[in-house]
Design a protein around this ligand. Structure first.
Ligand SMILES: [Cu+2]
Length: 466
């Protein structure tokens, strides 16, 4: 997939205060632009485009960053702050679904709040929005000055539309892409650092399931409030593509881009269905595990990411499928049952017929050590419970709907909190909404030095319903 290229300058130049007169939709000051001056500038345009998802279907009109699906892949490095100018050039006619009013969230990133892409920070056709990404580790201003806690390093992130009430349709229409971060350990060069498979052997894969109408056009059922399940499976914008690979180790970065499908991915050899084909998981949601974990399958929920290493030398000359064997019958979640090998959804065919080549990547079976888990010793200052439920067709937390204009609470910078998430919706199965609706501080394992946090408003001790 195309790598996003930096530009030499932006016109008008980025400013700390929102450039309202110049057409910027931002409403709040940049908090850290002078602290972490951007070393690279990017300009991305959200626009409609025609793409092919399959030779068996007519071309599709999508909305994409730079007009492609997935959007361009950003390659970032810790210690290298960047600024991305997001331009809204979408059409007023949505062709049936999608809202041309946008905000872009860099999922999981440690980002100042004005640049985070909050659901209500949307901007309109003809406007732009500058998003400043310091690309800095958590802890830089508290327990691990000046550069942060290496154990908070993130690798595989994704950016996506986050418009309140329209996120699902706008992502389904194409507004999402990868954002990868490297550092001195996960270097992007397999001869250095952790020696993870790199370059052409490091492949992000955006998984999506979609529905097409009787004319072969992309369809989104606005009246299905359970969540849409597709019967066509796409990897990186194509229905069931089939790469050829070399018999060596590859790193795959799997992302479930939704809207409602959960996956449990197995490696299936249709000529030997009883074979147990093992591989290695090395990261969950962008964080490397302390050491690789050998697995037979990987479960991924909506918006989650799993990084794996697969050694194709064991499959030389064969054709292998990435197969989703998790049974799911509607958008409310999987049944939990695992289908027999060969009876699931074949996501991707991999043909191991390219010649043998050098492999300088680490063998996961030697149990290389990556990072440690961050410290959990500090006592939580406060415990909060979040009770997710469904009321009159809308999602609630602690029986209240989201309010764009009034934050429910704020947290105190450089403190630790204990958060308890409860799914009270009465469904027998897991449901994606808690995972997708979670604000960033859920994802960050310690909310210390979270630069997206605003003024201190202590909540007192004991469990608090927010
Ligand atoms: Cu997200």
């Amino acid at each position: 997939m195309p790598i996003k290229q930096a530009v030499a300058s932006l016109n008008p130049a980025p400013t700390v205060a929102p450039n309202t007169a110049g057409g910027e939709g931002r409403t709040r000051l940049h908090q850290a632009l002078t602290l972490f001056p951007p070393q690279k500038l990017y300009r991305v345009v959200q626009k409609a485009a025609k793409v092919s998802m399959s030779p068996d279907l007519p071309v599709q009109t999508i909305w994409g960053f730079d007009g492609i699906i997935p959007g361009p892949t950003y390659i970032a490095r810790y210690g290298e702050p960047i600024l991305v100018r997001n331009v809204n050039n979408l059409p007023t006619n949505n062709g049936g679904f999608g809202l041309p009013s946008v905000t872009t969230h860099l999922h999981n990133s440690h980002t100042p709040s004005e640049s985070d892409g909050f659901p209500c920070d949307f901007f309109e056709i003809g406007q732009f929005y500058d998003q400043h990404y310091p690309v800095v580790l958590a802890g830089f201003a508290s327990d691990h000055p000046p550069n942060g806690d290496i154990n908070e390093s993130l690798s595989t992130l994704w950016y996506h539309n986050h418009r309140v009430d329209f996120t699902a349709q706008n992502i389904y229409k194409g507004l999402a892409g990868f954002f990868l971060i490297f550092n001195d350990h996960d270097t992007g060069d397999e001869t250095t650092g952790f020696h993870l498979p790199s370059g052409q052997f490091d492949i992000p894969m955006m998984l999506a399931d979609k529905v097409f109408d009787s004319n072969g056009q992309l369809f989104f059922d606005l009246f299905n409030l359970d969540g849409i399940l597709g019967d066509k499976f796409l990897v990186n914008g194509k229905i069931q593509p089939f790469p050829h690979v070399h018999p060596r180790r590859y790193r795959f970065r799997w992302l479930d881009s939704g809207p409602s499908r959960f996956y449990q991915i197995f490696l299936t050899d249709l000529n030997n269905l009883s074979a147990q084909n093992m591989f290695w998981q090395i990261a969950t949601d962008g964080n490397l595990t302390p050491t690789p974990v050998q697995i037979e399958s990987a479960r991924i929920g909506v918006a989650e990411r799993v990084d794996v290493i697969i050694d194709f030398s064991q499959f030389a000359g064969k054709t292998i499928y990435f197969e989703n064997r998790l049974e799911q019958q509607d958008g409310t979640g999987p049944t939990g049952d695992i289908l027999p090998a060969g009876r699931g959804n074949l996501l991707l065919q991999i043909i191991v017929d390219l010649p043998a080549v050098a492999d300088n990547s680490v063998d996961p079976a030697t149990h290389p050590q990556f990072y440690s888990l961050p410290s959990t010793t500090p006592a939580p200052r406060v415990t909060r419970t979040f009770d997710f439920d469904n009321s009159n067709g809308g999602w609630t937390i602690n029986e209240r709907f989201m309010d764009c204009n009034e934050p429910r609470f704020t947290v105190q910078q450089n403190t630790v909190e204990h958060w308890i998430l409860i799914n009270s919706s009465g469904l027998a199965t897991p449901h994606p909404y808690p995972l997708r609706g979670i604000p960033d501080s859920f994802h960050q394992r310690a909310p210390t030095a979270n630069i997206s946090i605003s003024a201190d408003r202590p909540e007192g001790r004991g469990a608090t319903r927010v």
